[in-house]
Design a protein around this ligand. Structure first.
Ligand SMILES: Cc1ncc(COP(=O)(O)O)c(C=O)c1O
Length: 392
């Protein structure tokens, strides 16, 4: 008989009942060091007092009003995001997938209003943009699309890193290019800064809109508030989610005034998007993560983690191949099956997340402590030794 929860996840046999900081606890008291953070969601760990306070304060006052009315918490968060980014305007969603939906609509509507028939959107292999019809069509991999046709048309899929194909495909019939500055699900594959700059130039040459998907790599994950800042460029449209809510469902689309010009009253909406509870939490997350001192601390700790992981890889050449990624968005490319490393992590009380290309993702809370970083690498060391012994 089908389980009462639709069985779309192959879940690990772990059940957490509480969390504090970077630690999660099972009913029997067993504790796990959380280097997955809900897949880059819990940027401030679990039960952060300032987020608990922001949520409960809002909960005591007002849970929900429709977007038919003004929502002060939403206005506050939108103003803060506009203040801290390239964006002139923000639409709030509940997830990254919904942000993808709007990004696609916004780009197409922009060209429609200009009287152009540009609708094509270029995307790249290994990308992940969500599980909606537009999201799976955008990423295009068979793993996600098989059986779900007919797919939303208008996506041109190119090989990640194939500059020739990109130059050939980018022309004045293309509406937008959608790309993750660091691929998450695709196996922590960063787009080099020079490539992101090149993409911006290519878009400018052909009048193409640049859509960045910073759902996973944004909100401080790479050591800048948004990953594209490392390349010194700005997008026209940007998708965010995950970290901005710190664990409360929240996402958004940020855009320039020009790119958003087609999205007039009645063209888009959401019942829950920009809900007061979500925005109260989001505003507090942004206040903390957007602080320069916080971000330099992230970079310092990222350097420490990276250094320790390089030693781990050097010391366990039969298990690991390399470390990749940036900031606290790091991947261990494995020589053994990445699932063996993840499972051995569980056995040692450490949570990590598998990704494509046989990579294990390390995505700790951005406020992780140095001792927790040390302990995580010790646990990985134990896991690697156990795997080596099992393979001997
Ligand atoms: C880069 C990227 N885009 C979009 C999504 C979809 O976000 P959500 O799961 O919140 O719908 C994800 C989720 O993993 C993601 O990593």
């Amino acid at each position: 008989m089908i389980p009462s929860i639709l069985p779309t996840y192959a879940r690990a046999p772990l059940t957490f009942i509480s969390g504090e900081g970077s630690w999660l606890t099972e009913a029997d008291g067993r504790r796990f060091l959380d280097f997955g953070a809900g897949i880059a969601v819990n940027v401030l760990g679990h039960a952060h007092p300032a987020l608990v306070a922001a949520l409960t304060e809002q909960a005591k006052t007002l849970w929900h009003v429709s977007n038919l009315y003004n929502i002060p918490a939403q206005q506050k968060l939108a103003d803060a995001l506009v203040d801290k980014t390239f964006a002139d305007t923000v639409f709030f969603t509940n997830s990254g997938t919904e942000a993808c939906e709007l990004a696609v609509k916004m780009a197409r509507k922009y060209w429609f209003d200009k009287g152009s028939d540009r609708t094509d959107i270029i995307t790249f292999s290994g990308s992940f943009h969500g599980r909606s019809s537009a999201g799976i069509a955008a990423a295009g991999s068979e793993k996600m699309t098989k059986g779900f046709g007919p797919l939303l048309p208008g996506f041109i899929h190119l090989e990640f890193g194939d500059h020739e194909a990109l130059n050939a495909a980018a022309n004045d019939r293309v509406a937008a290019i959608m790309v993750e500055p660091v691929q998450g699900e695709g196996g922590i594959r960063p787009l080099p800064d020079a490539c992101l700059k090149g993409l911006r130039d290519l878009c400018d040459t052909h009048g193409i809109l640049l859509i960045l998907d910073e759902v996973q790599c944004g909100m401080g994950r790479t050591g800048k508030l948004f990953a594209h800042e490392w390349a010194g460029i700005t997008p026209d449209i940007m998708m965010i989610a995950k970290g901005i809510g710190g664990g409360f469902p929240l996402g958004g689309v940020l855009a320039t005034q020009e790119a958003a010009s087609g999205m007039t009253a009645g063209t888009h909406g959401s019942t829950y998007g920009g809900n007061p509870l979500a925005c109260a939490v989001g505003a507090k997350v942004l206040e903390i993560v957007g602080d320069d001192a916080f971000m330099s601390d992230v970079n310092r700790k990222a350097g420490l983690l990276r250094q320790k992981l390089e030693s781990l890889v050097d010391g366990n050449p039969d298990v690991f191949e390399s470390v990749r990624g940036s900031g606290l968005m790091l991947g261990l490319k494995c020589k053994v099956a990445n699932s063996d490393v993840v499972n051995a992590g569980y056995a040692n009380g450490l949570l990590t997340v598998p990704a494509a290309d046989n990579v294990v993702r390390l995505l700790p809370a951005l406020n992780i402590g140095e001792d927790d970083i040390e302990m995580a690498v010790e646990k990985l060391e134990n896991a690697a030794q156990q795997i080596t012994r099992a393979h001997a």
